[in-house]
Design a protein. Sequence first.
Length: 166
Amino acid sequence: MAVIADTSPLNYILLIGAQEALAALYHRVWITESVLQELQHPDSPKIVAEWAARLPAWITVVPASTFIVEPELMDLDPGERSAIALARMHQPGVLLVMDDWKGRREAERRGIPTIGTLGVLRDAAAQGLVDLPTAFAGLRQTSFRAPGDVMTALLIADARRASGQD
């Protein structure tokens, strides 16, 4: 399965120090040149920009010349547009890691399965790669935003799983 990531999930996973969980879950993650540029933007947090300057071996950067962006996606940011375009090339065996609601909706309209930062962390916790309460506490220290009831429901489900109730 091809796993393609947009900027936002990588940014937040890096900020909470959970990048090795991402590598353990997916083994290889593809990003586009646009996503790399967004990660290296001068306004990016220092830890994100430094990581993007020295990408780990499990990240593959795909040149923009290898895919075509649909005109209907032009209202999305460049990272989202390019990630969706790359994912379209790898259907049906693809997973798109994206937080932006509008981008996820466009991807799902095209039959591309998506997962966001919270889903990645949930799956990583289920495999013992991260402690979900600690990861969520870290997210709360960033600009990450998600409905509190979603995070609470995930924490309750994780506690049940951990205690053997599920």
